[in-house]
Design a protein. Structure first.
Length: 572
C-alpha cells in the first residue's frame, strides 16, 4: 500500500532553520513500462513512497526547499535506497508549488521510439508554478503533460470551444488554461492535422468551479507493439488530493438515419455498415432512433435493394467519419436515375445521396421548448420559405438539399406556411404542426416526395411535410385549411377528389355535399388565373376548363362564408 512519509522525513536530520523552508509537491507515477508498474520512492535515502503504482498520485505535500534533495526510484521489492535504479538531484524553491511526473521506460531499446525523436528514457519531469486551486471559483484551471512515449506531438481541442493544448510533444508541460466549469469533449489530434482525431475524451471535470487539475496523456498509443497491452493510451487527470481518474474515451457517435429517397425503386432498402447488415428492409419515410456507429474512423455505409443478400449487392456506397460523442442526422435522399424523373427547377443534382448533418440534438435544452431542423428533400420542388405563421420565418430561401440550423420554439401549436422563396407572400401550401406535447424534445422536419409524382415512374409519392422524432417515430404533418371551428370537420371532407391531377384541359372537382361559393385558381406567383362561381344544391362534380391555363404549379381555393380550403393542382 502506498505510504506517504514526507512529513516524517522532514523531522529526520534536517536543521530547524531549514524546517521553515518548504515547497509544495505533487508526484504522479506515469511511467508505462511494466517493469516500473510499482516502485518505491526514496527522499534523501529514506523511504517516502512504498509500492507507488502506475497511474496514481500523491496529494500536495510539504517538502524541504532551499537545500539539495535526492529522489531515488527503486523496484517495489527494494529493501533500501541501495536498490535504486535511478537518482535525481533537485533544489526546490521555498514557497513554490510543483508537479513532478515520473515518466518514460527503463530500456528504450525494448519499446517503440518516439516519432519526434524525443528520448523516452525514464525520468522525472518537473513543473514549477502548479496550482492547488483555480484562480476563479467559476473556472477549472488545468495544465497538460504529454506522457505517451510513442505518441507524436498533439493538439487538444475542446470541441466547438477552443484549442486548449497546442503542439505538445512528448515530455512537454503546457501552462495553465482556465475554462468555465462544465462538460467538454476533448479531441486529441496530431499537431499538424486537426482533421484526424486520435482519440476523444469526455471531460466532465469536477462539477464545481474552483478546481485545479493536471491532465496527462498516459500509456502507449500502439500497445500491440509493446510489452504490456493493458497500458493503452488514455487521458487522465490528477486532483490536488491525489485522486487520479480517467477521462473516458469515446469510440462511437449517436446517429439517426432517415429514409427520404422518394424513388419507388428505393422504397425499401438494406443498409450495411462496414459490410455488416445494419438495417433490413428500411422503408421510405421511416427513421431509426439514434444508434451508435463507430467514430474517429472511416465508416463505409452501403445502400442495397431490400432483396439484397450481402453488401456486394449495394447500389451506392458512402464513406463517413463521425466524431466520437457528436450527434448526427443522416438523410438518404434523391433518386437512383435522375433522367427518369422531373429535373430540379433550380438545376440542382437529384442523384441519390446521403446528407450528413453534424450536431444533431436528441433533446431540447428546456422542457417547455422544442428544437428542430428543417430539410428540403423534395427533388422537383423550387426554393421555398417555411414560415411559422404569426411567429417567424423558420427557413429562409432554402433550395433542395438544404439542411437548416436548429430552431427552438415554445412547445405549442403552429401553422407552417410553405411559400415561394423569392415571394414569401405566395403561400403554396400550409401544414398543421402540433408541438404542444413535445416539450423537451427534438425533431427533423423534412419536405418529402414529388410535387408532380406523375412525372416519374409508377408508385412515385406526392409531396408532403413530415417530422421525425428522436425515437425514430415519423409522422405526416396534416395539410392545414383555413376554416372556422364549427365548420372544420364538414369542410375538411367536402372535396372527395380532384381528377385528374396533374390535369391537362379539364379538372373535375367532386364534392361530397352541397356547396355555394367560389373556386379560384392562383399561380405560383400569386396571380388569379381562373375563378368560377359554384352553386351545387347536392353532392356532385364541377368541371374547371383549363385549356387556356399554362403548365405549372397552382393552388385551387374553395371559398364561401364558412372559410377557405386550399389544395395543390398541377397543370401539364
Amino acid at each position: 500500500m502506498k505510504q506517504i512519509l514526507f512529513s516524517s522525513l522532514m523531522m529526520c536530520g534536517l536543521a530547524g532553520s531549514l524546517m521553515a523552508q518548504t515547497a509544495r509537491v505533487q508526484v504522479i507515477h506515469n511511467a508505462a513500462d511494466p517493469s516500473a508498474a510499482r516502485v518505491d520512492v526514496y527522499l534523501n535515502g529514506d523511504l517516502a513512497l512504498n509500492d507507488f503504482q502506475f497511474r496514481t498520485a500523491t496529494p500536495y505535500i510539504d517538502v524541504p526547499a532551499e537545500t539539495p534533495i535526492t529522489i531515488s526510484i527503486a523496484p517495489y521489492t527494494s529493501v533500501s535506497v541501495d536498490d535504486a535504479i535511478a537518482n535525481f538531484d533537485y533544489t526546490l524553491a521555498a514557497d513554490e508549488t510543483y508537479v513532478v511526473v515520473a515518466n518514460g521506460v527503463l530500456d528504450p531499446g525494448s519499446f517503440s521510439e518516439n516519432p519526434d525523436g524525443v528520448s523516452t528514457a525514464f525520468n522525472l519531469f518537473v513543473y514549477a508554478g502548479a496550482r492547488e486551486a483555480a484562480l476563479s471559483s467559476e473556472n477549472i484551471d488545468f495544465i497538460f503533460f504529454h506522457g505517451a512515449t510513442d505518441a507524436p506531438g498533439v493538439d487538444a481541442i475542446a470541441r466547438n470551444v477552443a484549442t486548449v493544448v497546442d503542439d505538445a510533444s512528448y515530455t512537454d508541460f503546457q501552462g495553465y488554461v482556465s475554462v468555465p466549469a462544465g462538460k467538454y469533449l476533448i479531441d486529441v489530434t496530431p499537431e499538424d492535422d486537426n482533421e484526424t482525431i486520435v482519440t476523444t475524451a469526455r471531460a466532465w471535470l469536477p462539477g464545481a468551479g474552483g478546481a485545479s487539475v493536471v491532465i496527462f496523456a498516459s500509456g502507449f498509443l500502439s500497445p500491440e507493439d509493446e510489452a504490456d497491452n493493458a497500458r493503452g493510451f488514455k487521458l487522465m487527470y490528477a486532483l490536488p488530493d491525489g485522486t487520479v481518474k480517467t477521462l473516458p474515451a469515446l469510440t462511437s457517435a449517436p446517429v439517426q438515419i432517415i429514409h427520404n429517397a422518394a424513388d419507388p425503386a428505393a422504397a425499401e432498402v438494406d443498409v450495411y455498415v462496414n459490410g455488416a447488415l445494419a438495417l433490413d428492409n428500411f422503408a421510405f419515410r421511416t427513421a431509426t432512433p439514434y444508434v451508435a456507429l463507430p467514430a474517429n474512423q472511416d465508416v463505409e455505409i452501403a445502400v442495397a435493394p431490400g432483396t439484397s443478400t450481402s453488401v456486394a449487392d449495394a447500389l451506392a456506397t458512402f464513406t463517413a467519419n463521425f466524431k466520437a460523442g457528436e450527434g448526427y442526422t443522416v438523410i438518404a435522399n434523391g433518386v437512383l436515375n435522375p433522367d427518369d424523373f422531373a429535373a430540379n427547377p433550380d438545376g440542382l443534382s437529384t442523384a441519390f445521396n446521403l446528407w450528413i448533418r453534424e450536431g444533431a440534438m436528441g433533446k431540447a435544452e428546456g422542457t417547455d421548448v422544442v428544437s428542430f431542423i428543417g430539410v428540403h428533400g423534395s427533388t422537383d420542388a423550387p426554393t421555398v420559405d417555411i414560415i411559422a405563421r404569426d411567429v417567424a420565418t423558420l427557413l429562409d430561401n432554402v433550395a433542395y438539399g438544404a439542411v437548416s440550423d436548429y430552431i427552438t420554439v415554445p412547445a405549442d401549436n403552429y401553422i407552417l406556411d410553405v411559400a415561394l422563396g423569392d415571394m414569401p407572400e405566395t403561400v403554396v401550401v400550409s401544414y398543421s404542426a402540433d408541438l404542444s406535447t413535445l416539450g423537451g424534445g427534438s425533431a427533423v422536419v423534412f419536405a418529402s416526395g414529388f410535387l408532380d409524382p406523375s412525372a416519374g415512374p409508377d408508385g412515385s409519392e406526392g409531396f408532403g411535410l413530415y417530422a421525425t422524432l428522436a425515437d425514430g417515430t415519423t409522422i405526416a404533418l396534416p395539410v392545414y385549411t383555413e376554416l372556422t371551428t364549427a365548420d372544420a370537420s364538414r369542410m375538411a371532407n367536402l372535396v372527395e377528389s380532384l381528377f385528374p391531377n396533374p390535369a391537362t384541359d379539364n379538372l373535375q372537382v367532386t364534392l361530397s355535399e352541397a356547396f355555394d361559393g367560389m373556386l379560384l385558381l392562383t399561380s405560383a406567383d400569386g396571380r388569379l388565373v381562373l375563378n368560377q362561381q359554384v352553386n351545387l344544391e347536392t353532392a356532385g362534380s364541377v368541371q374547371l376548363d383549363l385549356s387556356n391555363v399554362a403548365a405549372g404549379y397552382y393552388m385551387l381555393q374553395m371559398r364561401n362564408n364558412s372559410g377557405t380550403t386550399t389544395m395543390p393542382v398541377i397543370v401539364r
